[in-house]
Design a binder for this molecule. Structure first.
Ligand SMILES: *Cc1c(COP(=O)(O)O)cnc(C)c1O
Length: 393
């Protein structure tokens, strides 16, 4: 079974590059160059050096002993929450900005919903001294004020998207429009394993450092590079893609993707795309998408901003369809409880996105020798307001 992208940019029936003709040259330039560039020695050297000395990699693989006792398995946390900027997203933005430099680009654009990808992009633009424009829905700018200010402190220009619902999809449209008008000097940094080919594959490769490190760390810790389970939350799917990447061919490793059920799968306020979604095209690729009968995108809901996305990227849509990844979901309340539980048991306050992965543990029956790795995609600092509003701790 092949789980990676084919030459045409597809994972099974998902993927491709459904883009306006005006964007074709930009995407084609990337497609023709990304593999060659990221495989060059000097690229790898600079990428590895920044991951080590700027991001703080390798991130620890921590044996969570009290959680292990509670769930009756050997539970390890892959500590992406300890990355510079507080989450895994920076692994990808570093990779893409190094690629952009080698393509001779001087400017970076990005879109952001909750602001996390915008901050990760503004961070690497400051690092490289490149101009940065981040498109963000006006409504999201009001909801995510601290991240807007973070981006501004870092020197980025945050441009409000004023069309439609003034949220993520409108920001994406604005970014696309900007890219069409500035094809030669600008690179568009997409923040998850979504978008037209080659973005999903490119982002998965940059994030795959997560499972590469897991294997080495498990080998050292338990004398075997393979865990029995890997759990990761899935918004667009980038942290999960990184955590699963080097285990895809090892069928004895059970891979679990955890979606946000929001207020419940049948509540009308959910983001559980693998249950509620149908095949559709969004952001330039064929994926699983929550949509109405006439194909209009349904607004998703999750208490965690990072999982509040109406689709899942093509790689995960395929992995779900062929059954290689088991998809489950956790509700807002289950995730909040799991976030508090991890705080109390291990002294680690997780991002609410990551708390969804923790919440899924109780849905499984483990053997006590099972090795379970949870990708802790981010830290909870950004979510303090949400924890406070929820209040049950
Ligand atoms: C953005 C984000 C996610 C969701 O994005 P993926 O592409 O699915 O990984 C998950 N966790 C954290 C901490 C995030 O910031």
């Amino acid at each position: 079974m092949n789980y990676t992208v084919d030459e045409r940019g597809y994972y099974g029936q998902f993927g491709g590059a459904y883009i306006p003709e005006m964007l074709y040259p930009n995407v084609e330039e990337l497609r023709n160059n990304y593999l060659r560039i990221i495989q060059q020695d000097d690229f790898k050297k600079e990428f590895d050096d920044l991951l080590k000395n700027y991001v703080g990699r390798p991130t620890p693989l921590y044996h969570a002993k009290r959680m292990s006792e509670k769930y009756g398995a050997k539970i390890y946390l892959k500590r992406e929450d300890l990355c510079h900027t507080g989450a895994h997203k920076v692994n990808n933005t570093i990779g893409q900005i190094l690629l952009a430099k080698r393509l001779g680009k001087q400017k970076i654009i990005a879109e952001t919903g909750a602001g996390q990808h915008g901050v990760a992009t503004a961070t690497v633009c400051a690092l490289m001294g490149m101009e940065c424009i981040v498109y963000m829905g006006k409504v999201d700018m009001e909801r995510q004020r601290p991240n807007v200010e973070r981006m501004r402190i870092l020197g980025a220009k945050v441009v409000p998207a004023l069309s439609g619902s003034m949220t993520l999809k409108d920001a994406t449209n604005e970014a696309m429009r900007h890219w069409i008008n500035n094809p030669t000097d600008t690179h568009y940094i997409i923040g998850s394993v979504v978008g037209p080919h080659p973005y999903p594959d490119m982002v998965a490769r940059f994030q795959s450092v997560i499972s590469d490190e897991m294997k080495k760390q498990l080998q050292e810790e338990i004398g075997n590079p393979f865990p029995d389970y890997v759990f990761a939350c899935v918004g667009g799917g980038s942290n999960a893609a990184g955590a699963f990447y080097h285990f895809l061919q090892d069928e004895h490793v059970t891979l679990v993707g955890v979606e946000a059920a929001g207020k419940g799968i049948n509540s009308g306020e959910s983001a559980a795309t693998t249950v509620l979604g149908k095949v559709g095209v969004l952001h330039g690729s064929r994926m699983l998408l929550m949509q109405t009968e006439d194909g209009q995108v349904v607004e998703p809901h999750s208490i965690s901003a990072g999982l509040d996305y109406p689709g899942i990227g093509p790689m995960h849509a395929h992995l779900c369809e062929v059954g290689r990844v088991k998809f489950v979901s956790a509700t807002d309340d289950e995730a909040m409880n799991a976030g508090v539980e991890l705080s109390r048991f291990e002294g680690i306050i997780p991002a609410i996105e990551s708390a969804h992965a923790i919440a899924a543990l109780s849905q499984f029956e483990f053997d006590k020798d099972d090795v379970v790795v949870i990708n802790l995609s981010g830290r909870g600092d950004k979510d303090l307001e949400t924890y406070i509003r929820w209040g049950k701790y």
